[in-house]
Design a protein around this ligand. Structure first.
Ligand SMILES: Cc1cc2nc3c(=O)[nH]c(=O)nc-3n(C[C@H](O)[C@H](O)[C@H](O)COP(=O)(O)O)c2cc1C
Length: 159
């Protein structure tokens, strides 16, 4: 099974998670960062995994555009969907996931998961630091990548 992991990562965490998934999957994977390439040819892949970070409740525009221009094609593939974010409430995590991807793609997905995230102060600009200091009530970087959900994601994809 040939797998493409396609993601956008503003600060590096969604990419980090893509690499962890790739190491855990028992298949041949290629990773594509939509920051560098937006017109991907997904023809030769059997399985497509898509990842996006969530900022202010929303997924990344390049991910949205990639999905919109490949939706019919994607619906014929095996699909895994994940989001990275720091939202703590499960209900809100679910809402973020449902907002991030089209319903028909979510329905088609073998697995869909909220995989946690990181606040990396060293990578933030002045305004981001101000916002996150207020929300997280700290100015220390925090990593809350959800390794349990990553394992669940990989397991469900491998069924
Ligand atoms: C300004 C800002 C806004 C954010 N808004 C949200 C949010 O609405 N929901 C959420 O779950 N995470 C939010 N996050 C957390 C990011 O999703 C998290 O830092 C993620 O790991 C970023 O992934 P990336 O490094 O691949 O860009 C926010 C982070 C920043 C800096």
């Amino acid at each position: 099974m040939k797998t493409a992991i396609i993601y956008y990562s503003k600060k590096g965490t969604t990419q980090k998670v893509a690499k962890i998934i790739s190491e855990k999957l028992d298949s041949k994977e290629e990773m594509f960062d939509l920051k560098n390439k937006s017109n991907l040819d997904i023809n030769s892949y059997d399985r497509i995994i898509i990842g996006t970070p969530i900022y202010a409740g929303n997924s990344n525009n390049k991910v949205k555009k990639f999905i919109a221009s490949n939706l019919n094609h994607l619906l014929n593939k095996e699909i895994g969907l994940y989001i990275c974010g720091m939202e703590k409430e499960e209900e809100k995590q679910r809402e973020e996931l449902e907002r991030a991807y089209p319903k028909e793609l979510i329905d088609k997905a073998k697995s869909k998961q909220f995989l946690g995230g990181e606040f990396l102060f060293e990578n933030m600009n002045f305004f981001e630091k101000m916002i996150i200091k207020k929300i997280a009530k700290t100015d220390k970087s925090i990593s809350e990548i959800n390794h349990q959900n990553i394992d669940r994601f990989v397991q469900e994809l491998s069924l």
